[in-house]
Design a protein around this ligand. Sequence first.
Ligand SMILES: NC(=O)c1ccc[n+]([C@@H]2O[C@H](COP(=O)([O-])OP(=O)(O)OC[C@H]3O[C@@H](n4cnc5c(N)ncnc54)[C@H](OP(=O)(O)O)[C@@H]3O)[C@@H](O)[C@H]2O)c1
Length: 315
Amino acid sequence: MSSPSSKHTVFVLGGTGTTGSSVVNGLLEAGKYHVIVGVRSSSLEKPEVSKLRERGVEIRAIELTFPPAELDAALKGVDTVISTTYYTEIDKQVPLADAAKRVGVKRFVPDDWATPCVRGVRKFYDQKGAIQDYVKSIGLGYTFIDVGIWTVLAFPEDKEETEDSFIPSKSHRITGTGNVKNALTHIPDIGKFVAEIIDDERTLNKYVFCWGDEKTQNEIWEIARKAKADASGGPLKAKPVFESEEDVRTKLKNAKDWSIQQIGEEYNWSMYIRGDNNVESAKKPEYGGALDARELYPHIKVSSAEDIAKELYKQ
Ligand SMILES: NC(=O)c1ccc[n+]([C@@H]2O[C@H](COP(=O)([O-])OP(=O)(O)OC[C@H]3O[C@@H](n4cnc5c(N)ncnc54)[C@H](OP(=O)(O)O)[C@@H]3O)[C@@H](O)[C@H]2O)c1
């Protein structure tokens, strides 16, 4: 077995989270990386952290508020930094990027993992964009990665009750015409893409778009109904709640600045009204000119919307 230091060393910030777990799984399955997960001191005793240790992952304590010398120590020997941290921590990546630059990290993947857009539409996108600008400005190697919407969030949960949420799986909302195509990725597929992307010179200093399928909301509901009928013979309990473009405008007007509601409704505006979240848009220069991960890595088997519906609606 090669020593950790002879392998490409990857530091995953937030590797205990949803995106981070997928990334860590993908890296471990690839078998060629030394994987370090950066966790907050308060999380060191979490069961997920012990499980990662058991799987051969090195754990390093890190706070984004650490002084520079401690951040440098946390990133010592690291080739690639991948940030998958909580959505409130986006701005705090600046000192992490600075530390990465100081210690000679070759590639920095900031905390994006979402839907393509242009500036001035979603505040959260602009905030992530400011970090991308910063990473470029300090001459740190980078790859920016988006994944569309997680497929499970697009399908309605199979129950009559709805939640007052901006997330389609919870609210059962169909927004606007329901005919706007959206890119979807099954969470476990994210890590499979990442394991390829970070070991590929073609993606250095580029934006990469990962996706598993593209579907409109009306198509999603049809797939859900069929999957439920195939699995149980019965109808879907969930019923669509239709909302107009005007409804979203009103929700946006009433949302508190920087609230999770505002972030969520801006996503819905962008995805279902404007139509930003698809492969064609992602590739446009104004969206960052994404490389298509499916074209780069045609051997990766990704889950389709139908695959996920079969799982979600099985008895
Ligand atoms: N494409 C989509 O549909 C979609 C959906 C949701 C999120 N996202 C994006 O994916 C990225 C990662 O989000 P995620 O949902 O995967 O992350 P998450 O699971 O919510 O959190 C990731 C990790 O962040 C760390 N963390 C740091 N500060 C924290 C805090 N104040 N509260 C809680 N955890 C904190 C925790 O790790 P430790 O405790 O180990 O330190 C946690 O496990 C974000 O950029 C988000 O916008 C995309």
